[in-house]
Design a protein around this ligand. Structure first.
Ligand code: ATP
Ligand code: MG
Ligand code: MG
Ligand code: MG
Length: 497
């Protein structure tokens, strides 16, 4: 199956089980404490909290998600691994106080093994077992359901069910909001498929999580306590790119000799072809074992993945009206774009290359997400302007960086600030380059420079107010000074949260 067939098959499966098929919500989150929509359940939060009555008891969809900040932030992994994107589609099914664990687990097993043909012996389930001080109790109910399934399939439940703590098996949208214990499905992708689950939750591309079934029972309160929700709900999420990648790599489970990668799926074919076309380089699918010491081919392959990921994130965000800019989520997008442009340069790509990738996303994805086609002109225009404005300073900034790194293995706070302020290098971009060159950056010193800048801006603003008041006899601050700087600190706190 290709990605469109998988998406359709998922929705058909749950349609046949009386679920309302709903459209993806916008990437612009409705929750004030999220940077982007980061999971399928976001749009249903008011139903879980009981603030609104849900118009349906069961629903299913594919949800556009971005995980590039806040509690769920995968930006640093993108490109370096083969299964974390900043933008991805999350297939999901929901019960709002209707069915619960038994149906959710049985249907997940049915879809994966009977409809899609995942080899049963390669599947591992996890259930929640709190460690000392963690909320709620051992999920004996989910364990018993899985036990029955594995026994009936003549597989050893002791091997195929793993017990995990809060980090992996207690799902939370953010620091607050609906949450609950969960049960996940992981696939052993090693050539032999005989790991006995030893790689589950080990950050290995040879065993990845594909589906999370969350038993939405609590609300995480601001004071850190968990209060029970009125209803017991089901919230599931499965990465479309992961499933499509596995099916494409293994030729529908016939051959596990190659390491699986989301980027082998048809979702990325056109974008990769375009990058190849423009750069004259070939993608070979290598995965770096040491980020700080990559071979030329490993670096090329990472850059292909970074660019393909980032152009999807930018195109989909702009289509949903979230533009790159200087504040909060907009600044996240600007950073992602600048990261892509910087990497593209290292592949020898010429000015305007990033914008040129957008059409591959539009043509591939607009059959299911028509907003891309409708907003195509806007996407191209915004990307072009952003790319142009960074391009103007990128080369000189990189030259400065080269000069700094020639004589030292340390980038001072002042130098990082000049790179930021004059050349538009977000601090994490400087850190990224430094890391690759085995150098360190004085981030604290950078922040001190930022603080000085803010103080200067405040002083300038005060002066402005006085001048206005003096001349027109009104006290009104007409000028908003230094917003980019002001908001970087918000952004840094969000990212590290
Ligand atoms: P992982 O442990 O691999 O980081 P997760 O536990 O953070 O995944 P969930 O929050 O449980 O992921 O999301 C549900 C599903 O969405 C996952 O099982 C996975 O299939 C998919 N998914 C999560 N993060 C990403 C991502 N960054 N890129 C692609 N798919 C993802
Ligand atoms: Mg994760
Ligand atoms: Mg996980
Ligand atoms: Mg998970």
């Amino acid at each position: 199956m290709n990605s469109s067939e998988i998406r359709k098959s998922f929705l058909d499966f749950f349609d046949a089980k009386a679920h309302s098929i709903v459209p993806s919500a916008s990437l612009m989150p409705t929750s004030p404490n999220l940077l982007f929509t980061n999971a399928g359940m976001n749009q249903f939060v008011p139903y879980f909290l009981g603030d609104m009555k849900s118009p349906f008891k069961r629903a299913a969809d594919t949800q556009k998600c971005i995980r590039a900040g806040g509690k769920h932030n995968d930006l640093e992994d993108v490109g370096f691994d083969t299964y974390h994107h900043t933008f991805f589609e999350m297939l999901g099914n929901w019960s709002f106080g209707d069915y619960f664990k038994k149906e959710a687990i049985h249907w997940a097993w049915e879809l994966l093994t009977k409809v899609w043909g995942f080899p049963k012996e390669r599947l591992y389930a996890t259930v929640y077992e709190p460690k000392e001080g963690e909320p709620a109790e051992f999920d004996a109910e989910a364990y018993a359901i899985w036990e029955e399934i594995f026994v009936s399939e003549k597989m050893d439940p002791e091997i195929h069910i793993k017990k995990c703590g809060k980090k992996d098996n207690f799902w939370m949208m953010g620091e607050t909001g609906p949450c609950g214990p969960c049960s996940e499905l992981h696939v052993d992708l090693t050539p032999e498929g005989k790991t006995q689950g030893s790689l589950v939750n080990s950050d290995s591309p040879l065993c990845i999580e594909i589906w999370n079934l969350v038993f939405m029972q609590f609300n995480a309160e601001v004071d850190g306590t968990f209060s029970p929700l009125k209803n017991k709900n089901i919230d599931t999420g499965m990465g479309l790119e992961r499933v499509a990648g596995i099916m494409a790599t293994t030729k529908n489970f016939a051959d596990f000799s190659q390491t699986s990668s989301n980027y082998n799926s048809d979702l990325f074919t056109d974008i990769f072809a375009k990058i190849s076309d423009m750069s004259g380089k070939t993608y070979k699918g290598t995965i770096p074992s040491d980020r700080a010491d990559m071979s030329a081919q490993e670096l090329t392959d990472c850059i292909f993945r970074v660019l393909a990921d980032h152009i999807r994130t930018l195109s989909f965000s702009i289509a949903d009206g979230i533009m790159p800019g200087s504040d909060g989520r907009n600044y996240v997008l600007r950073r992602i774009l600048r990261r892509a442009v910087m990497y593209g340069k290292r592949l020898g790509l010429k000015h305007g290359f990033f914008t040129r990738l957008a059409d591959s996303v539009v043509s591939k994805m607009s059959p299911f997400f028509p907003e891309l086609k409708e907003q195509r002109e806007v996407i191209l225009k915004v990307l072009e302007n952003e790319e142009k404005s960074f391009d103007r300073t990128l080369d000189t900034g990189l030259q400065l960086l080269d000069k700094i790194t020639e004589n030292s293995d340390f980038i001072s706070g002042e130098q990082a600030f000049v790179l930021y302020d004059t050349y538009g290098f977000p601090i994490d971009l400087t850190e990224l380059i430094a890391r690759e060159r085995k150098m360190t950056v004085d981030v604290k010193g950078f922040e001190a420079e930022m603080e000085k800048q803010r103080a200067r801006a405040r002083a300038a603003q005060k002066k402005e107010v006085i001048t206005v008041a003096d001349s027109a006899d009104t006290v009104e601050a007409t000028q908003f000074v230094g917003y980019e700087k002001e908001n970087l600190s918000n952004f840094t706190t969000q990212i590290s949260a």
